[in-house]
Write a protein that binds this ligand. Structure first.
Ligand code: PLP
Length: 298
């Protein structure tokens, strides 16, 4: 017996393969400098851990609403208003066990077999696999150093076909690190609008910008999905917490998928994510200095 055909086209995530090898080496006492994975070099803020421990000790360990604990969704909505000035109905937010499951649910809800999704080349290694897994087609637009590694609206336009469903952007980008300026984001949003396409914006590296300012696609259009999570900015990689902001018309489909496949995200981690130091009041700004962020519970 062999694994199902749908697994054959999915390439291993090389970053995890290397990480697992390194863990083995470290277990034998070898000192390794990690350059393989997007893992912050600081720990989860202490106040977040504290809220998580309190949640655990007070038995907040039951299933939550499938879209996510409303207190966390409201905190995420407040955060977006504070940082980007956008008003997001918490009913458009789906809390997931990391950004990766959010991507699986999003592509499952959006892509019919043969639909095309435009992504940059290079891109975060897993994007194409998610799209392929749901029988979509990743269509790449190369980005070049002399263009600041940002795709141009003209290059995107050239790759649009009647099968195109969405344009995928990632800013700050993995692996190039570029931040798409607001004017360029607007141009891409205009291309999407003119062609009746959605934009999918992976904003997981927001807050880790040291020059200039990153922008959320939701500042420019509502015809967009935002992927984000707590792994990078709050160093919560192993705790697995993320979210998807979706146009209202997709929320029910996403919710039904979540109910069946994941039920809900981890209850304790959802409360920790809402706690001071992350999206609760007390997170200062997008300065990246989280260890110093005020903890209201202290
Ligand atoms: C660009 C990008 N998106 C998404 C993810 C997945 O993050 P999560 O830990 O929230 O699943 C990563 C992880 O490295 C990433 O680099």
């Amino acid at each position: 017996m062999e694994p199902a055909k749908r697994c054959r086209n999915i390439t291993p995530f090389i970053v995890m393969e290397i990480l697992e090898k390194i863990h083995k080496m470290e277990a034998t006492g070898i000192d390794v400098i990690h350059m393989e994975i997007g893992e912050p070099d600081f720990n989860v803020p202490e106040c977040v851990n504290k809220v998580g421990i309190e949640a655990l000790l007070s038995n907040q360990t039951h299933y939550t609403h499938s879209l996510g604990d409303i207190r966390l969704r409201e905190a995420i909505s407040d955060y977006h208003q504070r940082i980007y000035g956008t008003v997001i109905d918490p009913g458009r937010i789906l809390v997931t066990s990391g950004t990766s499951p959010a991507m699986l649910l999003l592509f499952s809800a959006l892509v019919n077999p043969g639909d095309e999704i435009i992504i940059s080349d290079p891109h975060y290694a897993c994007y194409a696999n998610f799209i392929t897994y749901v029988q979509g087609v990743p269509v790449t637009v190369p980005v070049y150093e002399d263009q600041g590694f940002i795709f141009t609206p003209e290059a995107v336009q050239k790759r649009i076909t009647p099968k195109t469903k969405a344009i995928f952007i990632n800013s700050p980008a993995n692996p190039t690190g570029i931040v798409i300026p607001k004017a360029r984001m607007k141009e891409i949003a205009d291309v999407a609008k003119a062609n009746n396409l959605y934009i999918i914006s992976d904003e997981i590296y927001h807050g880790l910008v040291y020059e200039g300012k990153e922008h959320s696609i939701l500042e420019l259009t509502d015809e967009a999905f935002v992927l984000n999570g707590f792994s990078k900015l709050f160093a919560m990689t192993g705790l697995r917490l993320g979210y998807l902001i979706s146009p209202l018309e997709f929320v029910r489909a996403l919710q039904v998928l979540q109910q069946n496949f994941f039920i809900c995200a981890n209850s304790v981690v959802q409360l920790a994510g809402r706690g001071p130091g992350t999206f609760g009041q007390g997170n200062p700004d997008h300065a990246g200095n989280l260890q110093q962020s005020p903890c209201l519970h202290d």
